[in-house]
Design a protein around this ligand. Structure first.
Ligand SMILES: [Zn+2]
Length: 213
C-alpha cells in the first residue's frame, strides 16, 4: 500500500510522529500526492447496460446493429444466410411483372396461380423473381391466409389511400428501413430475395436435421 518512504514516522523513530497519520487519513486527496488525470471522481460513469448489443452479420461479418437486416449487405438477420431484403428496383420490377402477368393471363390465370403460390409466401411475379414474403414475428414465410390478406385486403386499402395522396404510399419502401410497403406494415411482413429457394415450405414440414443442399 503506502510505501515506507512516504511515512517517515515509521522509519525515523521520531517522537512526534504518531499524530501525523491521522491527519493524512483524514485528507486522502492531498494535492501533491495525486497526479492530475488519475482522479477517479472526474471520470464520467459509463453504464454498459445501456449500450445496445451489436449483432454480427453472418454474411459480411460487420456489426449489423439491432435492425432486422444488415445495413451493409441486406442480409436478413433472423433468416438463413443468403436471404436478403429485396432491393427497391426488384420490388418495383415485380410490380410491373405482376401487371404484365395479370394482363397476359386475362386476370383469371393470374388469380388461380396466385391462390396456389400464396402458401409459399409468394405471388406469381415473386415466384418468377425468387422473392418471398416473410412473416416477421415467426421468422418464416407468410402462409396462405396472411398472403390473401396482404394481397387483397391490405393492398386494396392502401390503393384507395394512394389514389388520394398522389400515389405516395406506393413509394413507401424507398425511405423505410426494412423496405416495407404500407401493406407490409399491416401484415407484419417484409419481402426477401430467396435465390436458392431455401425458404420453400416443405409439405412434410420436417426441415429439422435436413442438411442444406
Ligand atoms: Zn452484412
Amino acid at each position: 500500500m503506502t510505501k515506507n518512504h512516504d511515512e517517515p514516522w515509521r522509519t525515523g523513530g521520531e517522537h512526534q510522529a504518531p499524530a501525523r497519520p491521522r491527519q493524512w487519513e483524514q485528507q486522502p486527496e492531498h494535492p501533491h500526492s495525486t497526479p492530475p488525470g488519475l482522479e477517479p471522481r472526474s471520470t464520467p460513469s459509463v453504464t454498459p447496460a445501456t449500450l445496445k448489443p451489436l449483432v454480427e452479420c453472418p454474411t459480411c461479418g460487420k456489426a449489423a446493429g439491432d435492425e432486422l437486416s444488415c445495413q451493409f449487405c441486406n442480409q436478413v438477420l433472423f433468416l438463413p444466410r443468403g436471404i436478403t431484403l429485396s432491393t427497391a428496383g426488384l420490388r418495383f420490377g415485380g410490380y410491373i411483372l405482376e401487371g404484365v402477368l395479370i394482363i397476359c393471363t386475362l386476370v383469371i390465370g393470374w388469380a388461380i396461380w396466385a391462390l396456389i403460390v400464396f402458401q409459399y409466401g409468394q405471388t406469381p411475379a415473386k415466384q418468377l423473381l425468387h422473392m418471398r414474403v416473410i412473416y416477421i414475428p415467426q421468422a418464416r414465410t407468410a402462409r396462405w391466409l396472411r398472403m390473401a390478406f396482404r394481397e387483397i385486403i391490405a393492398k386494396t386499402i392502401i390503393g384507395f389511400l394512394a389514389a388520394v395522396t398522389f400515389l405516395i404510399p406506393y413509394f413507401w419502401l424507398l425511405w423505410d428501413r426494412n423496405r416495407q410497403e404500407l401493406w407490409d406494415k399491416m401484415s407484419t411482413t417484409l419481402v426477401v430475395s430467396d435465390r436458392e429457394d431455401q425458404l420453400q415450405p416443405q409439405p412434410s414440414d420436417s426441415q429439422a436435421g435436413t442438411p442444406q443442399a
